[in-house]
Design a protein around this ligand. Structure first.
Ligand code: ADP
Ligand code: MG
Length: 315
């Protein structure tokens, strides 16, 4: 039998909904798309984002601190851990059911709580740029900044939000266990929300106040697992140059070199499409034959057949 294609799928936050009931519904659709790929003969590893979810957990934990003076403020690293478990549980539950519904009984599904090491001196710590949580008025934002030492920023005319550091992932701490599970045929969910950010202090891993971009963490995971494909599933079917302009052009296939050229020309928005293209390029350039694909969740199956999405390869 030919070796199965190994695919790391990075699910966007929007593929998961904004509330508990929305997520419950969203994971069913996600599970169908993922099991479609398994039925096509692929070996799949799932990673996912947590932007809206980690914001929600952070707000909930803040409400607890307000309510009970004995409860100290919850570190952001713990909020990321909570979001991994919350999303992992729903995905794991829905994937198991979808596999069984299709008569696939030999693929166990498991979520790996994943710590990801970042550099304590990553310049991102001095420039918090990733907005999380709900939108606030200027007064509320000032109050939060004062009380909790949060950095608050105005977000595109929609109000104020907490911004956190988004350092680059350097090392997936649990990679050995993840690899063992994948090699034994399990369907693994790992690096949720980009992973729980930690810095190394001797033998101790210290939780960091940050949220790692899941696009970068997924790219590292795909490299570490020697995957053939990194598929980043998001809210657009293809990547465009001159996005939103009259001369917008949707891209089918670009080389890593072309992608770099487009990046330098500023075609991809920082914080949304830019990290995806950067993560795709890092993966495509890491070894011959590796390819990345950016497309819609519903198009994943067509995408791996090469009929849609934007494919990024070394040459
Ligand atoms: P996710 O939750 O999947 O990470 P993001 O919102 O972070 O999604 O990124 C996807 C969004 O990037 C798209 O919905 C689109 O609005 C935006 N985007 C910015 N630049 C581009 C571009 N050049 N081509 C396509 N989409 C773009
Ligand atoms: Mg994103």
């Amino acid at each position: 039998m030919a070796k199965k294609k190994r695919i790391v799928i990075a699910l966007g936050g929007n593929a998961l909904g904004n509330t508990l009931p929305e997520q419950m519904t969203a994971v069913k659709i996600t599970a169908r798309a993922i099991v479609d790929l398994i039925e096509e003969g692929c070996e799949v590893v799932v990673a996912h984002g947590n932007g809206p979810q980690v914001g929600m957990v952070n707000n909930a934990m803040l409400a607890l601190t307000h309510e009970d003076p004995l409860q100290p403020n919850t570190p952001l690293s713990v909020c990321v851990a909570m979001s991994q478990a919350y999303i992992g549980y729903d995905l794991q539950n829905a994937l198991r059911e979808e596999l069984l519904n299709r008569g696939i009984k030999d693929i166990p599904v498991a979520t790996m709580i994943t710590q990801v090491r970042v550099d304590a001196d990553d310049p991102a710590f001095n420039n918090p740029a990733k907005p999380i949580g709900r939108f606030l008025t200027k007064e509320q934002a000032d109050d939060m900044a004062e009380k909790y030492d949060y950095v608050m920023k105005e977000d595109a005319g929609r109000g104020y939000r907490r911004v956190v550091a988004s350092p680059r992932p350097q090392e997936i701490i649990e990679i050995g266990t993840i690899r063992t599970m994948v090699e034994s045929g399990d369907l693994v969910i790992a690096c949720g929300g980009g992973g729980i950010p930690v810095t190394r202090q001797g033998n101790h891993l210290k939780g960091a106040s940050a949220v790692i971009d899941k696009d970068f963490a997924s790219s590292l995971l795909a490299r570490e697992l020697d995957a053939d494909f990194l598929i980043i599933l998001t809210a657009v079917e293809k990547v465009a140059i001159n996005y939103g302009k009259p001369n917008e052009k949707w891209l089918d296939h670009i080389t890593a070199e072309e992608a770099k050229q487009y990046m330098s020309e500023g075609h991809f928005a920082p914080g949304s499409m830019l990290p995806k293209v950067q993560a795709a390029v890092e993966f495509a350039e890491s070894a011959p034959g590796r390819q990345a694909l950016i497309t819609l969740l519903e198009k994943a199956k067509d995408g791996i057949k090469g009929t849609t999405g934007t494919r990024i390869s070394q040459a």
